[in-house]
Write a protein that binds this ligand. Structure first.
Ligand code: C2G
Length: 142
């Protein structure tokens, strides 16, 4: 069995995430997602998530490509994870291109092109703009 791992926050799960998960699963038979815990997101990635860890885990576990979701607590757990879960392939989006090449001593490392035009940040920003536009219209309507 060829085992694949990928890491991320996966907040406000969207089709860019799904494309990555699908392509990661295509690399093997079993896909593990190491999901950033809330404390790791806030303290290390400076991300404030809309959904908490359990909610994000629940969503990922419903994705057909995902076989196991485990916690990501630190930047430094990847080598241990690869050994613990007997991983053959490490996959990330190419916004991380090269950053994890040191893992090539332990498994294959592949970076896939990010899906353009979508991101959690863009979703939040677009929704905020819509709310502000609606508030402006309401004020104009009196
Ligand atoms: N992604 C993508 N296309 C997008 C958005 C995200 O392919 N439009 C990919 C990212 O490249 C990443 C994965 O989806 O591989 C998860 O994205 P994030 O939740 O933003 O993950 P990130 O914050 O990059 O966390 O230790 C590694 C980190 O945990 C990676």
């Amino acid at each position: 069995m060829r085992r694949v791992i990928t890491y991320g926050t996966f907040d406000l799960l969207h089709y860019g995430h799904i494309n990555l998960l699908r392509r990661a699963k295509e690399q093997g038979d079993y896909l593990i997602v190491a999901l950033s815990e809330d404390e790791f997101n806030e303290k290390e990635k400076h991300k404030k998530c809309y959904f908490d860890y359990e909610e994000r885990k629940h969503l990922l576990e419903a994705v057909r490509y995902v076989d196991l979701v485990v916690p990501e607590k630190s930047w430094n757990q990847k080598v241990l994870d690869i050994q613990l879960y007997q991983v053959d392939v490490f996959v990330m989006g190419d916004d991380w291109e090269g950053k994890f090449d040191f893992l090539k001593d332990f498994c294959e490392v592949k970076y896939f092109k990010r899906t353009s035009m979508v991101s959690t940040t863009k979703i939040k920003s677009d929704l905020k703009d819509d709310i502000l536009d609606n508030m402006k219209e309401m004020r104009q309507d009196g």
